[in-house]
Ligand binder design. Structure first.
Ligand SMILES: Cc1ncc(COP(=O)(O)O)c(C=O)c1O
Length: 481
C-alpha cells in the first residue's frame, strides 16, 4: 500500500467512527476557525445537543485530514465562546446552559403547620421595619422634585444625588467612595451578573472559594464562564493553592466574600488579603468582593478595594440589611472598569429604576436605615448566642452578627440524611451541595440561618429539634444490593 492510499484508508476509517463530522468546505478562513464556526452552527441548529460529547481530537483530526493541533485550537476557541466545556480525563462536551438546577433561589415556600424555615438568608421580619419603610415612602411621595426625578431617565450609573448618599454610607463602613466611583444595581445578584457580563468573555475562568455563594455559580453558568473553586481554611482562600492554579491557567477574576463567606462564615485574614492583592498584580486578575452579607463596621477588616483599588470591585446590597424586596445594590469600581460596566447596564436596561433608590436614600438620610441595621445586628447577635447554647460541643462556625451557621455534622451523619431528617422534624435547612464550586466534593455539613423566624422563640424551637437530631444516631435507611 502506498503512503497516500494508507492515509486515505485511515481517513475513511476515522470518518466511519466519528460520531459527528462537519463539512468544513463551506466555511472560509483558517481551518481551526472554520471548525469552531461549524461547532457553533451545529449547536445552534440542534445537530449537537447540550451534553453531547465531541469526537476525540485525534479521531476528528484523522477524519477531517487536519492536524490534532488544529482540532485543539478549534475546541479551545469554541470553549472561549462558551459553547463547549472540557472535562479533564473525560472529553469535550457541548455546554448545557439550561442545567442551572442548583436549588439556589429557594423562594419562600408555603410552610406546613409548625414548620420552621431556616434555609434562607433573609432579613428578620420585623414589624418596625415596615413602619420605617412606610415613613420613607410617605416622605418621598410628598417631595415633588424627588418624584419628578424618579419619573425621569437617569444616567446608567444612577442619579448623582443617590450615589452621593450611598458613597457616604459606604465610606462609613470602610469603603472610601465618591459618587463617580459608584454604579447602582438592582441588588447583589444583579451586581455579580453585571460585573461578570461586562468584564469577562464566555469561556474565561472565574475562581472562588470552594464553598461559595450559589448565585455566583448560576451567573457563571448563564454567562458561559468557566468556574473553579480554590481550597480554603480558617483564614479564607488558600493563596498557595490559588497561585498553583494561576501558574497553569489564566483566571480573569476572583470572587470573594472576605468578611463573611456564605455559607461558612469564614473571614479572610488581613494577611491573606494582602497576599491576594499581590497575586492579582502578578497574575493580572480582577477581584470582585461581595459584602452583601453585611456586618457592623467593627466586624469588618480592610476591604480588598482599599488594598488593590485598581483591580478590585466592591459590591454591596441592602437586601440583608434592610429588605430583599428593595432591590438596590451598589458597585464601587475602578475608573477603567466603570466604562465597561456602564455599557453593560445600558444594554441591559438603560438604568436601574430610580424609585427604589430614592426611597432607600430617604431611609438612609432620615437616619432610620442605621437604626434598623443596629436593631437587626443586635437581634442577630442574641439569636447567635442561642445557637452557641444549643450547639455547644458540636463543630460549627458563625459570626455573632451574621445570619448563617455552618455546622459540620458529627459522624456518622451525612448531610443529605440530616437535611431530610430535619425536614421530617419540621425544620428546613440546606446541605453543603448547592454551595460547592465545580465538582468540589460536598463536605458533610449543613447551613442554616437564624434570621427568618419572626421571633427568638421560633428559632429556639428549631434549634431544640436540630439538637435532638444531633444527639440521635441516624436511622439506617438505605439498603442497596
Ligand atoms: C454573598 C451574597 N451575594 C449576593 C446575594 C444576592 O443579593 P440580592 O438579594 O441583593 O440580589 C446574596 C444573597 O443571599 C449573598 O448572600
Amino acid at each position: 500500500m502506498t503512503f497516500s492510499t494508507q492515509a486515505f484508508s485511515t481517513q475513511t476509517k476515522a470518518r466511519q467512527r466519528c460520531s459527528w463530522l462537519p463539512d468544513l468546505t463551506i466555511y472560509p478562513g483558517p481551518r481551526y476557525r472554520a471548525l469552531a464556526d461549524a461547532i457553533s452552527d451545529a449547536v445552534r441548529s440542534g445537530a449537537l445537543p447540550a451534553g453531547t460529547r465531541l469526537p476525540p481530537q485525534r479521531l476528528l483530526a484523522d477524519a477531517l485530514g487536519v492536524t490534532t493541533g488544529t482540532i485543539t485550537r478549534a475546541y479551545a476557541e469554541a470553549e472561549r465562546r462558551g459553547i463547549l466545556t472540557a472535562l479533564v480525563g473525560s472529553g469535550t462536551y457541548v455546554r448545557d446552559h439550561n442545567t442551572n438546577k442548583t436549588p439556589i433561589f429557594n423562594h419562600p415556600v408555603q410552610l406546613e403547620q409548625g414548620e420552621i424555615d431556616l434555609s434562607m438568608s433573609l432579613t428578620i421580619p420585623d414589624p418596625t421595619r415596615i413602619e420605617r419603610f412606610g415613613r420613607a415612602l410617605q416622605q418621598v411621595s410628598g417631595d415633588a422634585s424627588a418624584l419628578a426625578a424618579a419619573l425621569s431617565y437617569q444616567p446608567e450609573q444612577g442619579m448623582f444625588e443617590r450615589r452621593n448618599t450611598l458613597a457616604q454610607w459606604l465610606t462609613r463602613y470602610g469603603v472610601t467612595a465618591t459618587a463617580e466611583d459608584l454604579l447602582l444595581t438592582q441588588g447583589g445578584q444583579h451586581g455579580i451578573f453585571t460585573t461578570l457580563q461586562s468584564l469577562l468573555r464566555p469561556g474565561e475562568l472565574v475562581l472562588s472559594d470552594n464553598l461559595t455563594y450559589p448565585g455566583l455559580i448560576a451567573a457563571c453558568k448563564q454567562l458561559g464562564l468557566r468556574h473553579q473553586g480554590i481550597a480554603m481554611d480558617g483564614e479564607g482562600m488558600d493563596v498557595a493553592a490559588l497561585e498553583r492554579v494561576c501558574q497553569q491557567q489564566h483566571p480573569r477574576l476572583i470572587y470573594l466574600m472576605p468578611d463573611l463567606n456564605n455559607p461558612t462564615s469564614i473571614r479572610m485574614s488581613i494577611k491573606r488579603r494582602h497576599q491576594l492583592a499581590e497575586l492579582a498584580a502578578r497574575y493580572d486578575f480582577l477581584i470582585l468582593e461581595d459584602a452583601t452579607q453585611a456586618l457592623p463596621a467593627s466586624e469588618r477588616l480592610m476591604p480588598l478595594c482599599e488594598i488593590a483599588p485598581e483591580r478590585a470591585c466592591h459590591l454591596f446590597s441592602f437586601s440583608k440589611l434592610l429588605a430583599g424586596g428593595i432591590c438596590v445594590g451598589v458597585i464601587k469600581a475602578p475608573e477603567h472598569l466603570m466604562r465597561l460596566m456602564k455599557n453593560a447596564l445600558r444594554a441591559q436596561c438603560w438604568m436601574c429604576p430610580p424609585l427604589p433608590a430614592t426611597i432607600l436614600c430617604q431611609w438612609i438620610d432620615s437616619g432610620e436605615a442605621d437604626e434598623q441595621a443596629q436593631w437587626q445586628w443586635h437581634e442577630v447577635s442574641e439569636r447567635q448566642r442561642l445557637v452557641a447554647h444549643y450547639l455547644e460541643g458540636y463543630v460549627y462556625r458563625h459570626n455573632l452578627y451574621g445570619f448563617m451557621v455552618w455546622l459540620n455534622l458529627p459522624d456518622p451523619w451525612r448531610a443529605s440524611d440530616f437535611v431530610q431528617a430535619a425536614m421530617r422534624e419540621g425544620v428546613r435547612i440546606l446541605s453543603a451541595e448547592p454551595f460547592c464550586a465545580g465538582n468540589h466534593p460536598a463536605p458533610q455539613a449543613v447551613r442554616f440561618c437564624v434570621s427568618p423566624p419572626g421571633d427568638r422563640q421560633q428559632l429556639e424551637i428549631a434549634l431544640q429539634r436540630l439538637q435532638r437530631l444531633l444527639q440521635t444516631p441516624p436511622q439506617c435507611m438505605n439498603m442497596l444490593v
